[in-house]
Design a binder for this molecule. Structure first.
Ligand code: ACO
Length: 330
């Protein structure tokens, strides 16, 4: 059976309107604008209101992506959503989005891979498209992390923001330059406890005590993760370039997960990239986990930096621990 080539047909983003600045955070915990800027590169982030859930942001981003594509909602035959902050533990946010889009019958599921979620989701969608099992896939990354943030923990609460990005993946026809060339995903579960939402699952069901102890919020040992993140993101980008015969010099863009400007800079340095080859928007949105790569990608397409045919590496690292990369021509 011949394999189909796959491309990203369109991509779009959705973010809540409300902005939470470093100055706002100074009023909540013992922190400073200077510490947050110099240690993370973040200046502000978006925060959703109490009525907004993950599916609302995905739906908004998906509608925008569909408008930019010739593919209609009724043509979508698979939905894959990367999130760790879905509307509910079940049903999946993908099923809720399917219903919001007014379509029925196509398979729809969520995947959990922390901040690497969008890379994992693209990898899964590519396989389904490549083998001809489906023709058009909605892939999204979404996170409402501010609803599982411990607002008393200055080590984490300054980092996270909300947002979503959605892409329509479809077959690349003969002669088209756009193509998802290769994907790489990896994980090491032995580090799982360094970044965890401890309660709310079968290990530690929700109780009065878990709520009182803030165990439904993000726990992260940031400085231990930092070193692993730098190495894994560098490795992931290096592996995908090398095995496809490219170097950093060939790249138009690196679109990295936006967790920390120092991690992004270290990755860019390892690949010998110039600053003008790296898409960065961490100063506006903070760390939006699964949403960060599609959000940065969509924004750069909107403002004309990323153009059709550009050679791009998407590169992520997150809870699990997980990491991965995608090499594509947009
Ligand atoms: N304001 C002021 N001081 C602070 C703050 C704050 N918001 N947070 C921590 N500090 C203090 C600490 O208490 C500590 O003080 P001490 O030296 O007196 O003990 C000092 O700053 C240094 O703390 P570190 O945690 O060592 O700071 P670091 O430079 O490592 O920065 C950070 C922390 C930003 C979290 C960084 O470690 C990081 O980015 N880690 C990687 C995060 C990541 O990649 N996560 C994976 C993806 S996220 C996901 O999947 C959801």
């Amino acid at each position: 059976m011949s394999e189909h080539r796959v491309k990203i047909d369109s991509i779009a983003k959705a973010t809540p309107e409300k902005v939470l600045s470093n100055a706002d955070l100074e009023k909540i915990v013992d922190t400073s604008d200077e510490w947050i800027r110099t240690r993370t590169g973040m200046v502000e982030r978006r925060i959703s209101n109490e009525n907004t859930a993950a599916s609302d942001l995905v739906y908004e981003a998906a509608e925008k992506a569909l408008k930019k594509s010739s593919i209609k909602a009724r043509d979508i035959d698979l939905i894959v959503i990367a999130t760790v902050t879905g509307d509910h533990p079940f049903p999946s946010t993908a099923c809720i989005v399917q219903s919001k889009l007014g379509i029925h019958g196509c398979p729809a599921f969520d995947i959990s891979a922390g901040c690497s979620g969008f890379i994992y989701a693209i990898t899964i969608a590519k396989q389904f498209l490549q083998n001809g099992f489906v023709h058009n896939v909605l892939v999204a990354g979404v996170e409402i992390l501010t609803k599982i943030t411990n607002w008393k923990d200055r080590g984490t609460c300054v980092l996270f923001g909300d947002g979503a990005g959605a892409a329509i993946l479809t077959e690349a026809h003969k002669g088209e330059i756009s193509e998802i060339i290769d994907t790489f995903i990896s994980a090491d579960g032995k580090y799982g406890n360094l970044l965890i939402q401890e309660a709310g699952g079968s290990r530690m069901p929700a109780s009065k005590e878990t709520v009182e102890k803030n165990l439904h919020t993000v726990y992260m040992e940031g400085n231990k993760i930092f070193k692993i993140a730098v190495k894994s993101m560098g490795d992931a980008a290096d592996i995908i370039l090398t095995r496809n015969g490219f170097t950093g010099e060939d790249l138009d863009w690196l679109v990295p997960h936006q967790a920390n400007l120092r991690i992004i800079d270290a990755t860019a340095k390892r690949l010998r990239l110039l600053p003008q080859q790296v898409i960065i928007n961490i100063e506006k949105y903070g760390n939006t986990s699964s949403a960060s790569i599609p959000l940065a990608f969509a924004e750069a397409v909107e403002d004309g930096r990323i153009r059709r045919g550009d050679l791009i590496v998407l590169d992520a690292f997150g809870a699990g621990l997980t990491w991965g990369s995608v090499l594509l021509r947009y």
